[in-house]
Design a protein around this ligand. Structure first.
Ligand SMILES: [Zn+2]
Ligand SMILES: [Zn+2]
Ligand SMILES: [Zn+2]
Ligand SMILES: [Zn+2]
Ligand SMILES: [Zn+2]
Length: 289
């Protein structure tokens, strides 16, 4: 971990790892006792909130919508991930470009956009509104695929674990804090985005998962390109399929803000550096994460 007081104190950080964790929350660490004391002035405002978030950390290991990373996603070419993508003819295509190591150069983060497509037939990807609204809480990929009428061999789960994991977080927080029920704006603080910054179109699926809810996501992390800091990205449709005549094509270009359901805002930096800026803007909305 990086010292939470890095750059804030007149004295530079002591060498080595910052392993003095805050005893209150355990979420931040310091290089020295001096830096911890200096930082308390800022941290005392957030320590309790971080502690509340850290109490849920065990739930993270039981998330149904995640995958283990392939053991060696190394720089040796071709990686297991490349071979997998090649086998389903999606290597270096559309939304999948950044899914393997070779995509990093092809689609630099500076160019992140929400225009990418699934490159799959409409029967294999969720490119349009669901046939039925989501009824009970989805708790497995099987339930999700069934609801979206997708065959289980569709590879979309590889990219949809981003929105589905958010969905699951919200389900958990709803049972713990019922005060979010019935609220029609959902504000999520999303920490440390990396390659999902190049797969933002996949977050469009949140529109189907949370019908008639305005979703606002603060993406905060050091990987956010400096040139995109502060930018707001609206997602008003689902990522498209490859069928030329599919109904998902007709909604292209409808960038009408009134029908936007998912808004992403990009923040460059670490959460402990930016959260006061974020909360300043949003003082009227309660963050859930
Ligand atoms: Zn320090
Ligand atoms: Zn603390
Ligand atoms: Zn590759
Ligand atoms: Zn927000
Ligand atoms: Zn389609």
């Amino acid at each position: 971990m990086e010292c939470a007081a890095k750059g804030l104190a007149a004295e530079p950080c002591a060498g080595g790892v910052a392993d003095r964790r805050c005893g209150g929350c355990g979420a931040v660490a310091y290089c020295s006792r001096v830096h911890q004391i200096i930082h308390w002035r800022v941290h005392k405002e957030e320590c309790e909130r971080f502690a509340e978030q850290m109490r849920h950390i065990n739930a993270l290991s039981q998330f149904p919508f995640t995958f283990l990373e392939p053991p060696a996603l190394n720089h040796e070419f071709p990686s297991a991930r490349c071979l997998f993508l090649q086998s389903i003819k999606l290597h270096q295509k559309g939304l999948w470009k950044s899914e393997c190591i070779c995509g990093r150069d092809v689609a630099p983060l500076k160019g992140l956009s929400v225009e990418a497509e699934w490159n799959l037939q409409s029967s294999l990807c969720p490119c349009a509104e669901p046939k039925n609204p989501v009824s009970s809480a989805l708790a497995s990929w099987e339930a999700y695929y069934q609801w979206r009428s997708l065959p289980l061999h569709s590879p979309v789960a590889v990219l949809l674990h981003w929105p589905l994991t958010l969905y699951h977080c919200v389900q958990l927080s709803r049972t713990q804090t019922p005060r979010y029920d019935g609220q029609d704006t959902l504000c999520i603080h999303y920490l440390g985005p990396e390659k999902e910054l190049l797969q933002l179109a996949a977050f469009g699926e949140l529109r189907a998962l949370f019908p008639s809810v305005q979703i606002h996501i603060e993406l905060v992390g050091p990987e956010v390109p400096k040139s995109r800091d502060g930018e707001v990205v609206n997602i008003s449709r689902y990522a498209c399929c490859s069928d030329k005549s599919c109904c998902c094509k007709s909604s292209i270009g409808s960038k009408d803000l009134s029908c936007t359901a998912v808004t992403l805002k990009l923040w460059k930096g670490f959460y402990h550096e930016r959260c006061s800026d974020i909360l300043k803007v949003l003082s009227t909305i309660t963050p859930i994460f």
